[in-house]
Design a protein around this ligand. Structure first.
Ligand code: GAR
Length: 199
């Protein structure tokens, strides 16, 4: 077991793909007095998030389905890294019961729509923006919520909206939503952690 290097709250970020949110969170907490990103985990060995992480002094891990759902390897990594909070930043697998139990109300997910709309299995990333555009929605946004055993169903922490205009495209909608994510996700992680410490 690693010895805890500091008394900071330690985050593990899970990401499956590009990792722009992961990097934004890493940067936000770089000089933070209370919170630090301890490691990044990905279920894809070639995910771009791992290239991004290399630019920072932060360890990264990749894992397969069995490590997550069967043999306890991911939970072991989280315990070795003395993780306090798990951040799902573009992570596409459902979190298993063993990890939910080990981190009650300590797993925060972001979804690129106004849940409960446009959530559930298969609704992720650009698929969400495409569906929002096809349905001619007049607004979309982000939902930051605690993860539970179902896709996109845990308790909502925060939502932010952005309007959609007739000239918008799935790509421009994605850009608007990403801007909201970059603006709010790190701050809401910070607020949630600080609030949980002050009770
Ligand atoms: C983000 O928009 C995030 O909200 C979404 O994936 C994108 C990842 O982008 N997550 C989901 O759809 C989860 N259901 P990024 O890899 O550049 O941060």
């Amino acid at each position: 077991m690693k010895k805890k290097a500091s008394s900071k709250q330690r985050l593990a970020i899970f990401a499956s793909g590009n990792g722009s949110n992961a990097e934004n969170i890493i940067r936000y907490f770089q000089q933070h007095p209370v919170i630090e990103v301890a490691c990044v985990l990905s279920n894809k060995a070639d995910a771009y998030v791992l290239k991004r992480t290399k630019n920072y002094q932060i360890p990264s891990y990749t894992f397969g389905k069995a490590d997550f759902y069967e043999n306890g390897k991911v939970l072991q990594i989280l315990q070795n890294e003395k993780i306090d909070w798990i951040i799902l930043a573009g992570f596409l697998w459902l979190v298993p019961e063993s990890i939910l139990k080990a981190f009650p109300n300590k797993i925060i997910n972001i979804h690129p729509a106004l849940l409960p709309k446009y959530g559930g299995k298969g609704m992720y990333g650009n698929r969400v923006h495409q569906a929002v555009w096809e349905n001619k929605e007049t607004e979309t946004g982000i939902t930051i919520h605690f993860a539970n055993a179902h896709y996109d169903e845990g308790q909502v922490i925060f939502q932010a909206k952005t309007p959609i205009f007739p000239e918008d495209t799935p790509e421009s909608i994605a850009q608007k939503v990403h801007s909201l994510e970059y603006e709010h996700f790190p701050k809401m992680i910070e607020q949630t952690i600080l609030a949980s410490q002050s009770v």
